[in-house]
Design a binder for this molecule. Structure first.
Ligand SMILES: *[C@@H]1O[C@H](CO)[C@@H](O)[C@H](O)[C@H]1NC(C)=O
Ligand SMILES: *[C@@H]1O[C@H](CO)[C@@H](O)[C@H](O)[C@H]1NC(C)=O
Ligand SMILES: [Zn+2]
Length: 455
């Protein structure tokens, strides 16, 4: 096995060296990035997905993708397409407030480029390349002129547009445009909406919606095949985050601890963003003793592992609820949610991919959602902008990368040593054979040896 790998490595490097200089790719690589919102990683084990499993059988699966904190939709979708943590791309919540400009951001008021311009998403970088365009079917931010650029083809966000229409239009754009669409995105609101409504443990209702999603994936593959796009297109199917089971009696009521007039509530649950009106310490002290199921952080004390501190849009105090708990005001309703600590497995989505750039039938345990961006740039041949992802984490998924783990590396070193030792031994044996006394050769040798001495 190790010997095989070694041999393959040798042949591969010979091949690569031999090919350099030739234009080995005649086709411009193309990529379609699909997100099914709130597709928790373990749905794949707990429910049946015949179409998605077929897709994976001929492609790759990453069972667990570690998303970024806070585990919300807009921030996580922006991390996938920028490779940046939230503090670095600036979309730090679904609800934000900027104290300097007094601007507000929410999922229904998201079109001001001000919020998005702290980063450059991959569809903008792709648009700036000669002879390439991007297309989008409702991925968050794609209907906003970020750095004065939208995808050449996009839809204004409208949740009532059906999956079929989004799919029809995005595949049409992928097949019929000039210059060609080389990067496209497709976004769908489920299973997030049903997860919020029923909770991820409601088997019956979740089975219904997940079956529908699998059908959408079947339709997607079918459509790409019909249009002759399937063979050359790289398709990534992933999601922004997971979902946590809720319970009506796991509520943290802020109104029991602090008066409304003391603070402005920028975002509520399960990570609340608090802007104190007067005395920050006083507000902090009241909240700190509010509930044992809620951690209260002053901005400067937010743990480094969240990468959630260095941005003006992160408020002076944040409250983080324990998994499954909901922060409420007296009047607010509770429903199941996501947003929690991103180290919780229930928050993680998955990733599946298929196409000429990817291996066939390969399973990988985990990557970070910020690693997806450098991988996509590699596939498209784009120079990645500075980001927080690690390309090396995705190398095993890609056919043009050499990927070995530590054990294999040790194996290869040992086999290389064995090969060298064997060769050395062979050479020594051969030499000994040659110098074995032989009547004629001896005579000749003696002749040769003696001549100079005599001369
Ligand atoms: C999809 O394409 C059709 C036909 O070109 C167009 O009429 C429709 O408005 C498009 N849908 C969206 C949501 O852009
Ligand atoms: C993330 O990447 C950005 C851009 O390179 C950089 O400014 C920032 O410091 C990085 N964050 C971390 C935690 O390394
Ligand atoms: Zn959601």
């Amino acid at each position: 096995m190790f010997m095989m790998k070694l041999l393959v490595l040798l042949l591969f490097s010979v091949f690569i060296t031999g090919c350099r200089g030739n234009s080995s790719y005649s086709l411009t690589p193309k990529l379609l990035l699909v997100s099914f919102d709130g597709f928790r990683a373990d749905y794949l084990q707990k429910y049946e997905f015949p179409h998605l499993q077929n897709f994976i059988k001929e492609g790759v699966l990453v069972e667990n993708v570690k998303n970024v904190f806070i585990t919300k939709t807009f921030p996580n979708h922006y991390s996938i397409v920028t490779g940046l943590y939230e503090e670095s791309h600036g979309i730090v919540a679904n609800s934000m407030y900027d104290a300097v400009t007094k601007k507000h951001f929410s999922d229904s008021n998201d079109k001001d480029p001000f919020w998005w311009n702290e980063a450059v998403p991959i569809w903008v970088t792709n648009q700036l390349q000669e002879n390439r365009t991007s297309a989008a079917a409702m991925w968050p931010g794609t209907d906003v002129p970020i750095h004065n650029t939208t995808p050449s083809y996009f839809m204004n966000y409208n949740s009532s547009v059906s999956f079929a229409e989004r799919l029809n239009n995005i595949t049409l754009w992928l097949s019929n445009s000039n210059p060609p669409v080389t990067f496209a995105t497709l976004y769908w609101e489920e299973p997030d909406a049903s997860g919020h409504k029923y909770g991820p443990e409601d088997k019956e209702n979740m089975r219904t919606v997940l079956k529908e999603i699998d059908k959408h994936i079947g339709d997607l593959v079918h459509k790409l095949k019909m249009l002759g796009l399937w063979e050359n297109l790289n398709v990534i199917i992933t999601s922004d985050h997971g979902m946590t089971q809720c319970s009506k009696d796991r509520l943290i009521n802020l109104d029991r601890c602090i008066d409304h007039s003391d603070y402005t509530l920028i975002d509520l649950t399960p990570v609340a963003a608090i802007l104190p009106k007067r005395n920050r310490t006083e507000v902090y002290n009241k909240l700190k003793i509010c509930s044992p199921q809620m951690t209260v952080y002053l901005k400067e004390d937010i743990p480094a592992r969240f990468y959630y501190q260095h941005n003006d849009r992160i408020q002076p105090i944040i409250l983080v609820a324990e998994e499954g708990w909901t922060i409420v005001l007296n009047k607010s309703l509770s429903k199941c949610d996501h947003g929690y600590d991103n180290s919780l497995p229930s928050m993680h989505p998955f990733l599946a991919a298929h196409g000429p750039a990817f291996h066939k039938g390969y399973k990988h345990s985990t990557i970070n959602s910020v690693d997806i961006y450098p991988m996509m740039c590699h596939i498209l041949g784009l120079k990645p902008r500075p980001n927080n992802g690690t390309f090396g984490n995705t190398k095993c998924l890609l056919v043009d990368q050499w990927c070995i783990n530590l054990l294999e590396a040790i194996g290869i070193v040992i086999s290389a040593l064995l090969v060298l030792t064997t060769l050395t031994c062979l050479i020594i044996i051969m030499k000994n054979r040659l110098s074995v006394p032989h009547p004629f050769s001896r005579l000749q040798l003696q002749d040769d040896d003696d001549d100079p001495l005599i001369g």
